[in-house]
Design a protein around this ligand. Sequence first.
Ligand code: AVI
Length: 318
Amino acid sequence: MTLAATEDLQFMHDMQTALSQTPKSISPKYFYDQAGSALFDRICELPEYYPTRTELTLLQTHAGAMAECMGAHADILEFGAGSLQKIRLLLKAMQQPARYVPMDISGAHLEVASLSLQAEFPNLRVQPLVADYTQDWQLPTALPGAGQRVAFFPGSTIGNFSPAQAHAFFQNCARHLPGGALLLGVDLVKSPDVLHAAYNDAQGVTAAFNLNLLARANRELGCDFEVTQFAHSAFYNAPLQRIEMHLLSLQAQTVHLNGMAYSFAQGETLHTEYSHKFTIAGVQQAALAAGLQAGAYWTDPQHHFGLLWLNIPHTQEH
Ligand code: AVI
């Protein structure tokens, strides 16, 4: 079975599970169909959504220092590579990178982005890898003569993982990249007002992004969600340091999927996303629990976003 067909079955299965349980909850990975990915690109441009531009500025400002940590001939892997905008900034600063392996679930998108990067960096070996990094993954074999293996995971996508998933991710890095390093982007804990605005933008793009999940279920699974009868809800849960996104049912209603009926009470929600916010020390501690050791880190003057260098020991016992 192709990866796409497996994904379709998985969406059906996960939506059935989501609607059957109390409270109702589904993985944020289902935001990203074509429409959802386009909406996410728009979110990244919003005045209220500071993470993308803050991280880009950090990369622009400190690419030299990051490239120094990487050393010559580094073998780079990127998780969830998307448009490959961020890696360009690093590649330009690096000393003769040996290879770049962008890993993404969307093969078609990855192919196009990889070809355009290859044209821009003709001496770089670009080797796209279609894989789901939220599960375990297999890496291409090490390149003879290459330098350090470095994984790049920008965008604070790790914030969308549960703490248990984040731990499993760090463990996978430790297992697959011994002697290498992880360069990780994280959104930092800050004023709840700034966070609230970032997930409740004035133009309603984040609301459209959240609601698209229901429209996608209608398109792909034959569900009959009455999209206008759900509202976007996003709030900061300060004790747990995370934004929570939900789809809130505006009335008592019933939704059908695969011959089954699922009811929503008025005010009941389908939880769609956690977006955890971190402290530098908190990330370093979480990484250390999987054996990754803290190195340099970079933040903006307002401490809105952080990029951390984490060293992976040659052998570790976790
Ligand atoms: C992809 N991820 C890091 C984004 C975030 O901020 O958690 C997804 C997002 N959700 C709403 N706005 C953006």
